[in-house]
Write a protein that binds this ligand. Sequence first.
Ligand code: NAD
Length: 432
Amino acid sequence: MADRYLRLTGTAPGRFLTRRLGLPQPTPLRRWSAEHPALDGAVLRLTAGDIAEPRAEPLAAVVLDATAIAEPVGLGAVHASLHPLVRSLAACGRVVVLGARIDPADPHQAAAQQALEGFVRSLGKEIGRGRTVQLVRLAPGADAEAALGFLLSPKSAYVSGQVIEVGPAPEGGPGGPGKRRVALVTGAARGIGEQVAATLARDGAHVICLDVPQAADALTAVADRLGGSALPLDITAPDAGERIAAAVQGDGGERVGGLDGPGGLDVLVHNAGITRDRKLANMPADRWDPVLDVNLGSVLRTTDHLLKSGALTDRARIVATASISGIAGNAGQTNYAASKAGIIGFVRALAAVPEVRERGITVNAVAPGFIETRMTAAVPLFIREAGRRMNSLGQGGLPIDVAETVAWLAAAGSGGITGQVVRVCGQSLLGA
Ligand code: NAD
């Protein structure tokens, strides 16, 4: 599972050798830790057209406000501001361009603002040294700070080339004063789900960890370690929604241990997922059906039930797990890619449902790329190595990278972010 090549290029002889052979030189990413919670260096905030003084110290980040650009001729200001700064940006530094929501009634504004997307995605591909580049599109009345808090921190190490739209946020987040947030994570016995559960617990939630009954021992160990609760349950069971509602609220069943105060689920993370790869011509229905049911059908059924039964609180956060396969497609994964593309359709549509919006509930998806887990360790060596390198950061991500992104979307301050699909893929070339 370990990325031995990344370790090799982290040594002086390895760097020398790989440079001589013209091989990629991925930069080890700076990730969040309690000891080093912020990037080193200053964050420079500019409006497009501002020219910054030259600096001796490398910059941690540049935030460029390009929201006012409404004509393509104004794009020269983006070049003027950023061209002199690119070389001053530290390794693992950040560029965030703030754009405006595209106005379909104004073709010139639409051209100028869409141009920022091509700009950001190209800069992300060329900037190198573990640095990332994003576009945050602000709707009228939106506040960029919740997005910037994540994107300018080491928590977003493996997120690059993303376009994220932020709208105005309703007051307050889930939980509220005096109430500890309750989160449920499916597929939490191992891999990405375990890390999501740990990260939500780090951020103060009581986490209910759900996984199949066969994984009950590992699940209980995770829940105990995090001070949360274990809920062994197959998410495809027809009554899974009812069982989760009962576990949270106690209606018609047993409430899981460790919960106090009024019931209600504040954060719902659909992470459980399976693959059964085979080309369509060789794929029997028994490899198709379970993938569609675990990855998509169960997500719709349980979400619908938890919304309807009132088990989800106002201003709850729903985060589902898609995949870059669901965006780009992947040979041998018609079933998996269909299920993950379905997730994208679901979150976009559910986020726009008036009742969901009015209740301040947000619905988003993360779309991981190549993440170092048991799932990807099982991929044949050559394909695995290609998956690791074919992205702007030249390496695979870690479960913590997905977990940090989920935790950000689940945070109280992220109420303005809904209907978004955030790729955690190091700007993978697949589906770019
Ligand atoms: P994993 O196989 O390590 O873990 C998945 C967990 O889900 C397991 O603990 C499993 O027991 C549980 N699960 C499976 N079916 C279930 C069911 N019916 N009910 C309850 N739990 C069930 O996988 P992972 O790599 O950690 O992936 C987590 C999610 O991320 C999945 O949705 C996956 O499709 C997605 N994803 C992963 C990658 C990657 O590179 N690893 C890339 C893109 C997307």
